[in-house]
Design a protein around this ligand. Structure first.
Ligand code: ASP
Length: 347
């Protein structure tokens, strides 16, 4: 059930296609003044919510997103937390899965919705998907239960009528309206004639009264090594043993398998003995790492490699940035990686 109490939403615009309009003089896409969002999407008025907007300066294509944006978003949400019932973040689709993953780790005990959305076509174009996405995101961000608690107190991505846990998503399509997928977790909600919420999957805060804790320190000394046939020892060594990293994510094959060649294992062991955190994430679109099935996986486990279970690479990277930023001891980081902190892995 949704409370009839008037809700207040903060729309945060960071950039991306959704906020673009064709400038008739330039004949090119340019960002429009987001203060006019209610003129562009008059349907939002029908909700009778209080909708305020906040525009980042400069607006960026999300390919330019840096962790500094995540910190700025966390600071903004922290500052405005008591003033709004929910937050909708308009963001380019290219790195939205990274940003949603990062925010999910940076806000602990979240009790209000933080919904990312965007679009494949600018909001100022006739066939835009931006309006649907924005309207659904706002409705979900405002939805409350009979006790006045948020229906979805999570960091999510709302796209093409599907609400997904942010840290479970990947961008999968660069031109279809269904731009995101969450293969290892079913949707938290689906918008049809009505919005159907799956309360068995939606997470709730440990305490509704305590309020969230914002963790704004990130350590980005992480590298990603994608395995492929033909990869050379030199490249593996350069990535695994670089003095500039504290952690390496290995994107392995299938259920967490890597080459069984001696040189490969020697490099992994060398990186582990340097104290690096090594996390195993599968290249597969769906499914999980299980280092107990094949000999190649077992060797990685014996070398001290940690399982990423069914984590996406985006989420694994964000989790590592967060854990390394908050824990000095790499052994503690390894222990925390094994834990399901924000619904990012199924164990
Ligand atoms: N390149 C754009 C961005 O990620 C694409 C989009 O908005 O969908 O900012």
């Amino acid at each position: 059930m949704t409370s009839s109490q008037k809700s207040s939403i903060l729309l945060i615009y960071t950039g991306g296609t959704i906020g673009m309009k064709v400038d008739p003089t330039l004949q090119a896409l340019t960002p429009f003044d987001f203060k006019q969002i209610l003129e562009e999407v008059p349907e939002l008025r029908k909700f009778a919510y209080r909708i305020d907007s906040w525009t980042f300066d400069p607006l960026i294509d999300s390919s330019d997103v840096e962790p500094s944006l995540w910190i700025a978003l966390a600071e903004l949400i922290e500052e405005k937390y008591e003033d709004y019932d929910g937050f909708v973040i308009l963001h380019g689709t290219d790195t939205m899965a990274y940003s949603a993953s990062a925010l999910s780790f940076m806000i602990e005990n979240l009790s209000k919705p933080v919904i990312f959305t965007g679009s494949q076509l600018p909001i100022g174009m006739p066939r835009t998907d931006g309006k649907e996405n924005l309207i659904s995101a706002v409705e979900i961000a405002a939805a409350k239960d009979a006790e006045g608690h948020a229906l979805v107190p999570e960091v999510c991505i709302c796209f093409d009528n599907i609400l997904m846990r942010g840290n479970r998503t990947c961008k999968m399509n660069s031109d279809n309206f269904r731009a995101f997928r969450s293969e290892n977790l079913p949707p938290l909600a689906e918008a049809g004639i009505s919005i159907r919420y799956d309360s068995n999957i939606i997470r709730r805060p440990a305490s509704w009264d305590e309020g969230p804790t914002f963790r704004k320190t990130l350590d980005t000394r992480v590298a990603i090594l994608k395995m492929h046939p033909g990869i050379t020892p030199q490249i593996v060594r350069d990535i695994m043993c670089s003095p500039d990293t504290r952690a390496v994510i290995i994107e392995t094959y299938g259920a967490g398998n890597a080459p069984s060649k001696e040189w490969f294992l020697e490099i992994v062991q060398a990186a582990a003995s340097m104290g690096k955190v090594i996390l195993n994430v599968t290249q597969c679109i769906a499914g999980s790492v299980n280092m107990d099935i094949y000999a190649t996986g077992k060797c990685l486990k014996d070398a001290g490699v940690v399982s990423g279970y069914d984590s996406t690479t985006e989420s694994a990277l964000a989790k590592l940035f967060y854990l390394l930023g908050n824990f000095r001891d790499n052994e503690e980081v390894k222990r925390m990686l094994e834990e399901d902190l924000r619904g990012e892995i199924s164990k």
